[in-house]
Design a protein around this ligand. Structure first.
Ligand SMILES: Cc1ncc(COP(=O)(O)O)c(C=O)c1O
Length: 428
């Protein structure tokens, strides 16, 4: 056990284990240190034993503005006093959709949902309705939610179920290919082209690794999809409103047919959005395609989207966040060199991936990572131990290596993260 095994957390953990399987509400959290948080503000978290952490997990991405951003809290609190869920239309949901459309730039219509997982399903359903086809091309190592038709083991090769109880037949229409490999997509389309409804991709791989698309890859996907009569869907659940106001589509200059947003969209509230051209999206409006949900665009959700997107639009933090992330990466590299450990960092700063080079590479070795197969060569077990040491030292990160930076990270957080990481690296 770590030094986190202190009284208040230990008591809560014992209680949690009695009522929550594994003590958690999402299996992603099973491997995290048994810390219980009492509070988050800006880029900081405080646990129930009073220890503070520089947060580079940010709730797995949503807290891009920092925790408890005052504008988001104020707008949502105020909106809640007028009622929380109407199961009917209200002005804020229109404002929210207009803002998504304005910032995304390429889409005309929006549907709001609650989670990335379910909103990906809406995109798939629409693509199948539009094309009259069933198959979806997707990529190794990419995560599109926890439901049966999208959850796969992160192993190279064809789709394999990732959990007991998963309906294997739900994966029958998934064609899983290596990422950043246009030839593989071309070959799959040659074989199955007239059966493929959509190609879905994270436009930058960020759930696993932090891998940018190879030059021409996204544009190539768009062309191949169009030639095959399939749609291109960007899963921008992580990248949306994070890589740029217009997400990865803006950063890489390629627009999809449909895109799914989540996480940074609503400053910490559970909201996701599907966006696309009116010609496609109208099929929900004519009732040809069903998309429903009691809590879709409830008052809190819509207010959170409006507050977050107005804040991002009126004072775009992107350059500052990028510079912070790059400085953090530089500092971590220096600290790792000093400690003599082969820490490997990759990514555009605003988010990045940290891992260790395998022993045979040595501290000075290089390894190109452009897909899941590359990620598999990294020493992730060593990183997971390091992530625990980081938590002990007061830096909160995901065990799978992604580091997120928020608009609330500044000089003080940079200094604290680097000095704490240096301590953790000495034992790595
Ligand atoms: C790229 C991507 N798509 C979809 C999802 C699913 O979103 P949610 O966890 O909100 O259901 C995630 C979650 O991490 C994600 O990273």
């Amino acid at each position: 056990m770590t030094t986190h095994d202190s009284r208040a957390a230990a008591d809560l953990r014992a209680r949690a284990l009695q009522v929550l399987p594994g003590g958690v509400n999402s299996n992603v959290r099973l491997d995290a240190p048994p810390v219980f948080f009492a509070r988050g503000e800006g880029a900081w978290l405080w646990d129930v034993d009073g220890r503070d952490y520089v947060d580079h997990l940010l709730g797995q991405g949503p807290a891009f503005l920092g925790h408890a951003h005052p504008e988001v809290v104020a707008r949502v609190s105020e909106a809640c006093t007028t009622g929380m869920v109407f199961g009917a239309q209200h002005a804020l949901e229109v404002e929210a959709a207009e803002l998504v459309r304005e910032l995304v730039g390429w889409a005309e219509m929006v549907r709001l949902g609650m989670t990335g997982t379910e909103t990906v399903q809406a995109a798939f359903r629409l693509a199948r309705a539009v094309t009259g086809r069933q198959k979806i091309i997707r990529f190794e190592g990419q995560y599109h939610g926890w439901l049966d038709n999208v959850l796969i083991r992160f192993e190279p090769g064809p789709a394999q179920v990732a959990t007991a109880g998963q309906q294997a037949s739900a994966l029958a229409d998934a064609i899983v290919l290596p990422w950043n490999d246009l030839e593989a997509v071309r070959a799959a389309l040659e074989r199955h082209g007239d059966e493929v409804a959509a190609i879905v991709t994270e436009p930058m791989m960020l759930n696993q690794g932090a891998i940018e698309p190879a030059p021409g890859f996204l544009a190539g996907l768009k062309e191949l999809a169009a030639d095959a009569g399939a749609l291109l869907i960007f899963d921008e659940v992580i990248t949306g409103f994070r890589l740029a106001l217009g997400g990865a589509a803006e950063r890489y200059g390629v627009t999809p047919d449909l895109a799914v947003y989540g996480k940074a969209l609503a400053g910490g509230f559970p909201v996701a959005a599907l966006a696309g051209p009116a010609e496609l999206m109208e099929r929900f409006g004519t009732a040809e395609v069903n998309h429903s949900g009691t809590f879709n665009a409830c008052v809190m959700a819509a207010a959170a989207v409006v507050a977050s997107l107005e804040t991002l639009r009126d004072d775009p933090p992107y350059e500052r966040v990028r510079a912070h992330g790059l400085a953090l990466m530089d500092g971590l590299r220096s600290a790792a060199e000093e400690a003599g450990v082969p820490l490997r960092l990759q990514g555009p700063g605003i988010a990045f991936h940290a891992s260790f080079l395998p022993e045979e590479n040595g501290a000075s070795g290089e390894l190109e990572v452009r897909d899941l197969r590359g990620l598999k060569r990294l020493d992730t077990a060593r990183y997971q131990r390091f992530a625990r040491a980081l938590a002990d030292a007061g830096v909160w990160v995901a065990g799978r290596g992604v580091w997120y930076v928020s608009a609330a990270h500044g000089e003080r957080e940079l200094d604290a993260a680097l000095s704490r990481a240096a301590t953790a690296l000495r034992g790595a």
